[in-house]
Design a protein around this ligand. Structure first.
Ligand code: HEC
Length: 142
């Protein structure tokens, strides 16, 4: 267990030094080989059209769809305490979903939502919500 953080740091350092043309697929196989499951760097490419279907379909286990709580396009949550996810960075969305699924981030509602998701489904959902026009803004230009 003690060597894991070192391996993680080493691979992060390698990733940071990789040439610009490096593809996500290369990171993916390297991460999988190293046993990393909680990094969005390892997820496959996502398809927004498939993600939209997933986001609007009620899951068997929960009887709910993502948009039931996060609103259409993920931009109109049903409660002010629920986050806007439409237009969020897709890799942030993917990483959050992986963390809920793997128990690295805990929340009663979201853990059950993310529980059965595959990496591919997470990538597709992230591609969909990440591509939506959004009220979210970052601090650049302020
Ligand atoms: C029952 C309501 C509900 C449903 C259904 C739901 N969510 Fe959530 N979601 C929440 C709440 C509440 C939070 C805030 C949890 C927290 O504080 O960690 C959240 C958080 C998130 C976050 C983290 C956002 C951030 O800014 O950190 C993501 C990503 C997310 N949800 C995606 C999804 C996706 C994708 C689905 C469908 C598979 C989904 N959610 C279904 C209620 C829901």
């Amino acid at each position: 267990m003690k060597t894991l953080p070192i391996v993680l740091l080493a691979s992060l350092a390698l990733a940071a030094c990789s040439p610009a043309g490096d593809t996500p697929a290369e990171h993916s196989s390297a991460d999988r080989a190293a046993g990393h499951t909680s990094s969005s760097a390892g997820i496959p490419a996502g398809r927004a059209d498939i993600g939209e279907q997933l986001a609007t379909t009620k899951q068997e286990a929960t009887g709910q769809a993502c948009v039931d709580c996060h609103g259409p396009s993920g931009t109109a949550p049903i409660d002010p305490s629920y986050p806007i996810i439409g237009g969020q960075y897709h890799d942030y969305i993917a990483h959050s979903l992986q963390m809920y699924r793997d128990g690295d981030r805990s929340h009663a509602l979201m853990a059950s939502q993310a529980k059965g998701l595959t990496d591919q489904q997470i990538a597709d959902l992230a591609a969909y919500f990440g591509s939506q026009p959004s009220p979210l803004r970052d601090l650049s230009g302020l």
